[in-house]
Design a binder for this molecule. Structure first.
Ligand code: KIV
Ligand code: ZN
Length: 497
């Protein structure tokens, strides 16, 4: 079997998604989960982009043991210096530097020419090489770069010392056969190509990221750049879980990763929960419906023999239908154990706080599932907000006007207001706006029930516009009106930061 390296960029390309930003503690949780999942490389951030990103790369470097920690840079010395500094504590470190190579990037981004870009590429690799041994070079927009010029760049950067060369389809433009031919062209025409690993980094703008990645691998690429749940810029990146399961299902391809596929589901839930980014129900491998058979014919077939309609065993991705649900009678140890399976390690006071929240929720809801447990673990984020919901009372119904009264605590002071509206959410938000007198408009409002049953927790995502900027808010509650108000407050807290 040929070994394929898995380079995870959930914490860099994935985290660039608006509204998905994580704090350092949350990034460490994700990095540890990725380590347990078995990825080879964790791209931990773009250190020059912000002090927060710099700090996350430092802390992830300390927290993670064996995967290589990678930091992104532009092909400029200052970025490379800062990345090397951020990687100081990493046991295995890599700098990922690069430049745009397509005519479009060369002309419009750099107002330059092919020879100058080639020189800058070589200079960036040589400079990075002085700081770390492992240097990856990306040819941005390689998907739209002329293959002959691309081969010249790849050859030159390998000669300069690049250990990995990344061929990104930055705009998600390529067709699978075309991307495969691009990789084959490089494998056949670049002198010294075997001195480096060729990597794919495919975006999903036309829904072809996974197909393009597989096509690249079949033509010689031996590293894939992927994200959990396929998150990433615009339509996202290639999904880690799809690549891992394609190679597991198609053993005949003779290519293996060291991903422990049974950790896929819990890692997916952790990332979705921390980033407040729902996974679409029909998402391959990790969507809620990925293993749900609804038609009678399918159900009958699966009951007779699972393989009639299933090519993967849900257990292989870590979905265990018999997994124990927690109830009001479950103890602290059971909660702690469940959290640790989901990648969240908690002790002492923090565990006590989560357990208190758990008992309150168990009073309202019979069975507590993994999503609920992850939500409870994330609740302390709202505890620390400057503006908090104190109480909310709403009256609504058919042929009655909805009215709401609300109490907020702002920097330890209490404020109250009441208002009516065309429904309970409208009334509650109107009351809230009487206290917070800012010019804000609700742009998007999504309610998502995370499981089954009328006692379930509803999750609300909101986008609030204020002075031309968009702020993302999230709320979760068994009362959907309260969840909506929490999401609104969560967004406002970001404005007032
Ligand atoms: O999509 C892309 O080209 C990138 C590079 C920075 C690797 O994310
Ligand atoms: Zn990208």
């Amino acid at each position: 079997m040929d070994r394929l390296f898995v380079f995870d960029t959930t914490l860099r390309d994935g985290e660039q998604v608006p509204g998905c930003q994580l704090n350092t503690i949350e990034k460490i949780q994700v990095a540890r989960a990725l380590e347990t999942l078995g990825v080879d490389v964790i791209e931990a951030g773009f250190p020059i982009s912000s002090p927060g990103d710099f700090n996350s790369v430092v802390e992830i470097s300390k927290a993670v043991t064996w995967p290589t920690i990678c930091a992104l840079t532009r092909g400029v010395q200052k970025d490379i210096d800062v990345a090397a500094e951020a990687l100081k504590y990493a046991k295995n470190k890599r700098i990922h530097t690069g430049i745009g190579t397509s005519d479009f990037h060369i002309k419009h981004k750099f107002n330059s020419n092919q020879e100058d870009i080639l020189e800058r590429a070589v200079a960036a690799v040589k400079y990075a090489k002085k700081q770390v041994e492992d240097v990856e070079f990306y040819c941005e927009d390689a998907g739209r770069t002329d293959n002959v010029y691309l081969a010249r760049v790849v050859e030159a950067v390998i000669k300069a010392g690049a250990t990995v060369v990344n061929i990104p389809d930055t705009t998600g433009y390529c067709l699978p056969w075309e991307f495969g031919e691009k990789i084959k062209f490089l494998m056949d025409n670049v002198k010294g190509v075997h001195n480096a690993v060729i990597s794919t980094h495919c975006h999903n703008d036309l829904g072809m990221a996974t197909a393009n990645t597989i096509s690249g691998v079949l033509n010689g690429a031996r590293q894939v750049e992927v994200t959990m749940n396929g998150i990433g810029e615009r339509a996202g990146n290639t999904s880690l879980e799809e690549i891992a399961m394609i190679l597991k299902c198609h053993k005949g391809l003779n290519i293996e990763t060291q991903i422990n596929t049974q950790k896929i589901y819990s890692t997916s839930r952790l990332v979705s929960s921390l980033m407040n980014m729902p996974v679409q129900a029909n998402k391959a491998v990790v969507g809620r419906n990925a293993f749900a058979h609804s038609s009678g014919i399918h159900q009958d077939g699966v009951l007779k023999n699972r393989e009639s309609y299933e090519i993967m065993d849900p257990k292989d991705v870590g979905i265990d239908e018999n997994s124990i649900v927690l109830t009001a009678r479950s103890g602290r140890a059971a909660l702690k154990h469940r959290l640790s399976i989901l990648g969240v390690q908690v002790e002492g006071e923090k565990l006590d706080t989560i357990y208190d929240g758990f008992l309150k929720l168990a009073d309202k809801k019979k069975d507590i599932n993994d999503d609920d447990v992850l939500l409870l673990a994330g609740m302390e984020r709202t505890e620390q907000q400057r503006i908090k919901l104190d109480y909310l009372q709403v009256t609504s119904g058919v042929r009655v006007k909805a009215v709401a009264s609300i109490g907020l605590i702002i920097a330890n002071e209490k404020f109250e207001a009441a208002a009516s509206g065309n429904g309970p959410v409208d009334a509650a938000i109107s009351a809230l706006k009487q206290i917070i007198k800012r010019n804000m408009t609700l742009q998007e409002f999504t309610i998502q029930a995370i499981n089954k049953g009328s006692d379930d927790i509803g999750k609300v995502h909101m986008q609030v516009e204020h002075e031309g900027a968009i702020y993302y808010g999230f709320g979760a509650n068994t009362d959907i009106v309260a969840a909506s108000v929490e999401a609104y407050i969560n967004a406002i807290n970001k404005i007032t930061k």
